[in-house]
Design a binder for this molecule. Sequence first.
Ligand SMILES: C[S@@+](CC[C@H](N)C(=O)[O-])C[C@H]1O[C@@H](n2cnc3c(N)ncnc32)[C@H](O)[C@@H]1O
Ligand SMILES: [Zn+2]
Length: 283
Amino acid sequence: MKSTLLEIVICTDCGGNYQLDGNERLVCASCDRTIPVVGGTPLFTLPPENINPSEKQARSPEMGTPWRQANWRFLARQLEEISPDALILDVGAGRGDFFDGLRGRNTLALDVYPYPEIDVVCDLTLTNPFKPGSVDVILLLNVLEHVYDSKALFGALARLLKPGGRLLVAIPFMVKMHQIPLDFVRYTHFALEQLAADHGLEIAVLEGFYDPMFFLGEGIRNIQWPILRKMRGWRQYVGRALLLGVRFLAHLMEPVIGPGHVRSPYEAISLAPTGYQIVYRKK
Ligand SMILES: C[S@@+](CC[C@H](N)C(=O)[O-])C[C@H]1O[C@@H](n2cnc3c(N)ncnc32)[C@H](O)[C@@H]1O
Ligand SMILES: [Zn+2]
């Protein structure tokens, strides 16, 4: 277990400090409350019963959807402004898809599911064992939409930040449902701004990622898989031919339209960002 973790968690019953007892549990020094430790990872909450755990996938700045590639660039840009010894809590780190971008940093990975990559299992909407103001930077990359009580999570994270600390959020907007059934919300940037105002944070960076070609591709895939495959006889042939034509036209449009780009949602012409990337700063 990482020693930094023991320094920033406290007993939610009495505020006492935890000590590691053998390798199997944390014990509160003041009230004897215990937290199970499995494979070196403390479990402050039980994993959701209906979760479909993610498989480990090869990830890199050049892999994955344009949205995820944008997330890599966003993270790299923001890390340049963050001190090398800052404590970074990666909330909803999952299979550690962005860990390569965090190499050499002082990090703690948190999730509700005990993936092998995770340092601490905790659903902060249920219990918050972390000391207020104990973390310099929080990453919340593609997580908020998976949390039913997303405002409660946001509030818990705002409390965890040190004054001047940063919360880096990536949140999809025009992206199909994923990790179902645990996909609950899409926020507009107006709501993301309101979250800041409600929780004593200011917005340092607010950008939308706009990618019309990806949007078009999703539309085509929506026809190809759920509809075309079910068609029979001549309808399927005509449908396939038409779709082929649409795909060819989309292919021709690609160099004209260009790749996805980042822009302030107040300057963007489109009201359909793939997602938002935000840096919140605690006042
Ligand atoms: C789509 S994955 C994103 C993983 C990683 N951050 C990324 O961008 O590749 C969402 C993750 O959030 C986790 N999660 C869901 N609810 C959570 C909560 N209340 N607190 C922390 N993590 C949560 C899920 O278990 C899952 O690993
Ligand atoms: Zn206690």
